[in-house]
Design a protein around this ligand. Sequence first.
Ligand code: 2AM
Ligand code: CA
Length: 267
Amino acid sequence: MNNEIKQQIFDQAKKWVLNAGRTIKEKIDDPFDVTTKSNPNDLVTTMDRDTEQFFAEHIRKNYPDHYILSEEGYGDDLSSMEGTIWIIDPIDGTMNFVHQRRNFAISVGIYHDGIGEIGFIYDVMNEVLYSAKRGEGSFKNDVPLAPLKQHVNLKEAILGLNHFWLCENKLVDEKSMQKLVRTVRGTRTYGSAALEFAYVAEGIVDGYMTMSLAPWDIAAGIIITKEVGAVSTTIDGDEIQMLEKNSILTCHPTIQKEIIQEYMKRK
Ligand code: 2AM
Ligand code: CA
């Protein structure tokens, strides 16, 4: 993707993200329908669907040769990362949206032939836009984010993770996770994967780990964190496959190996 086209798509996508955010904020106190999807805690609202439809309609009209991979059904059924693909979560953190009316984000990652080129994570209620173009750094409301500091000691790190890691589960040894929680300085659970990625990019959290996320939860976050020097892999240290569900460890590079080797004990 050449720079001129990239800039044009970036400017256009930014306008749509801000517009969609403004609409959500204006309607935040309106009643909306809540239904469940894969499980009783997997929520979707009319706002999720309306926002995704807004993006899909605009993308299809303006970029008919682009593809869409998205959460609520307005996207394409894709089997390859070839071409230009908009990977969209209209509301990441729907549970927060429903219960708290805050701490949710719009997440848009734009990939070209499998390479992450443009990312937006918009914290709607705080009106904070994280953005990145590949090779040009990341920004928070147009102010450049500093590259991550040189070194992080795991003992002084704050990690984003939820409490399921510590419950008995089929994936990892919870005893090993308990040891990790006792080792680090602190843990946080924000409930929006996109915002957790944004906080890693901002350097206010040193890592974020999660057991299973869809492409739209991570697409923008991977681009925005990479630009400041964070690394994203599965919890086994493998490359993320964007068309599948993945476990995720995104963190400062100096703690990545230690977390994987010392604490991610598979069952
Ligand atoms: P969502 O709000 O867009 O569904 C919550 O810990 C994070 O995990 C959110 O980013 C949420 O995204 C994501 N997530 C992905 N799949 C989920 C599921 N099946 N149930 C709940 N949260 C899910
Ligand atoms: Ca969502």
